[in-house]
Design a protein around this ligand. Sequence first.
Ligand code: GTP
Length: 572
Amino acid sequence: MNFWIDVLPSVVAAIFIWWGATGIIIYLCGRRTWRPWVFGVVTLAQPFAFWQVMATRDSHDVGGVFAQFFWAIIIWSWIETSYYSGFIVGRKNIPEIEPGTSTGLRFRRAIAANLYHELMIIGLSIAVVIVGWGGSNETGLWTFMILHWTHQSAKINIFLGINNLTTEYLPDNLKYMAQYFSQKPLNSFFPFSATISTIIATALFISAAQSNTAGEQAGQALLFVLMVAAVIEHWWLVTPVPSKAWDWALKSRKADQQQLPTIQVVCGYLGSGKTTLIRHLLPQFDERVAVLVNDFGAVGIDAELIRGDNAAGMVVELPGGCVCCTLQKNLSGQIINLLETFKPERVIIEPSGVAGIEEIVKALASPRLVKRVANVEVVAVIEAPRLLAAGGLPEFVVTQIKAAGAIVISKTDLVQPGEVGRVAKVVSALNHKARVITAINGQVALTELFAVAPELPAEEEHEAHQHDEENGGLISFGEEYTGEFDPQALRDLFVDLRDGHYGPVIRAKGIFHARGGRLAWDLASGNITERILTPPLPDELPGGRFMAIAEDLTTEQLQERLQGCIIPAVSL
Ligand SMILES: Nc1nc2c(ncn2[C@@H]2O[C@H](COP(=O)(O)OP(=O)(O)OP(=O)(O)O)[C@@H](O)[C@H]2O)c(=O)[nH]1
């Protein structure tokens, strides 16, 4: 009983010093303008901290032991501060990790990215050994060594793969480090590291219990608590429970984040209703919005549709192909360009309907980009009729659902009212954290959609993905035309496309000039829609754009048929 009363001050002090120092560093390094000051002050404290460790190495009373513990924490704080402030980290301009990068290469790049930080730890460890070794009170030395072990062990575990990555504690300037993390339920190093930590904690406990003097007991108790914290930190890595221990320290970041734009990725399968949703949302924003659109086909249609709703903003059409594959490298560069030239307060990305969301999120985690944006949010648009009809969702749609902070169930007007609940249950079962909203023709209130704390998928190591395999070998066809179109001929064409006359078409759309104005045609999920976009424009040359995505397509016949929809010049 006496033992516990005796060690209680050490236990309480160790918990508060370790937890408090970590939180204070996260807090102070969370604000960009504070970082140089924090780093400067902690750096200036170092000669004094080393001198204190040296001065108390033979004071084995309780005061001397506490002083050693405290000053060792201050020395360790220098390492943490230099890292979190971004002043001593590692080599810059290291190529980014791409899908399919080998573990060996990822490891070498991770080392390079953390090189100066790791060298600093080694250098300071040697310095602490020099000043602390051989005294009758080595509490400072062992405090530092325990922190060193916990740090290395956590880093190796996070690199090899753990369940709970807690990337939220990385400040904006270090978010790119997440590319060296991997998420797995467990890795082979974990049992070893957790066992070692537990054995050391047990040995320290026994040592504290068997101590002969109050100073010795206090020292062993302080080290024991630090090691217990290491064991808890280890288990936290593998349990899915989010650590809230330092959430209070994240508050300082809010001011910086409010000034940075947010990126919203609106993903969903071909024809699910992404463009319709974005078009409905755009008039609701009172900010400068830039929209990046990427159609799967070579001919972009969506950008032209969106442009009309975002007159005050900017619409950028990304080249044809899938944004997640062909543009992965390019995407972050395009966005940075956009941020610098147009300075939007919000960026909305509409990837093509077959884009893998993981690759996009990875591209958005690029080191150059993360420090320029406040947040990346994912909205998944899931078509109710398709989900009910499919009897199973393609894997990449499941990934989109899991990645989303908000899920919009679209086309609920095309299913029975009772079935909407079934769809909601399916998506909620896949992602219980996401807000699920139902919509007809994209009619969603902005506040409802973005009032969500989004969850980004953990970055996993995965194979470079193959659209051909995942999507049953989709091909796209797209062309632009000049001339005025016959609406009835287009009507008949879309019916024939739906009925499979040109092959199994999954998605077709187009914008065509006709006498009645600019017409938009859509074929999605077997439904055809025809809309008038604008009345005829007097100065504009008449023309049209068409694209189709199919598993197989008789392209030549389709080309001829489209040409046949143009009213011959003589009869105009
Ligand atoms: N009935 C009905 N139709 C909808 C709804 N939402 C979208 N649509 C129609 O579905 C078709 C495809 O919608 P888009 O918004 O273009 O779909 P998308 O996901 O942007 O399509 P891609 O970019 O080609 O993948 C259009 O004809 C829309 O009018 C809805 O809630 N109900």
